[in-house]
Design a protein around this ligand. Sequence first.
Ligand SMILES: [Mg+2]
Length: 182
Amino acid sequence: MMILTDQDGVLADFELGLRDACKRIPELRDKIVEYKDRVNFSAVKDYPEHLRSRVASIYHRPRFFRNLKMVSGARKALFEMLEDGHEVRICTAPLTNYRHCVLEKFEWVEEHLGHDFTKRIILARDKTVIRGDYLIDDKPVVEGSYDSPLWKRIVFDCPYNKSAVGIRLVDWSNWRQVLKGG
Ligand SMILES: [Mg+2]
C-alpha cells in the first residue's frame, strides 16, 4: 500500500511548539489556549482577533518548524510501515509564507527520520492530486481540485477535528489495526 502521512500535527508537534513559544512571549503568556480547548484547525483562530498576528508571527520565524518535537510513536510507526512492505510518503502543505518552513521541514525529517526519508517528502498544497491508498491527516476536511481523491482518508485524532468524517487514528501505536479496519 501507499501510505501518505501529513507532517504538522501528525508527525511534528506543531501545537506543542506553538504553546511553548507563547509561554515565552509576555503578551501571550496568560492567554495560551490549551490543547484540549483547541476548536479551529487554524490555531490563530482560537485566539482573540487582536492577538492573531502575534501568534502567527511565531510560526513564521526561523527555526520554528526545525525545532518541533516528534509526535509520540510516529517514528516507530513509519518504520514499521516500511518493514511491513508499504510505501510511505510525507505529504505536507507548506505555509503560503514558505520562507523558512520548506527548508526546515526537510531538515526536520532528516534529523528525526534520517536523510533517506527526505526523499519521501511530497510538498503539496493540494493533496487531492496525490495518488495513494491512505492519507493520514489532522485537517478536518482535506479539499482540493479533485472531489474524489484516490486515497482513503484517515483522521489523525485531535481536539479540533472531532467533527471530521473518516476512520480515526487516535494513537500511532494502533496504526495497523486502523488501516486494516479501513
Ligand atoms: Mg497537519
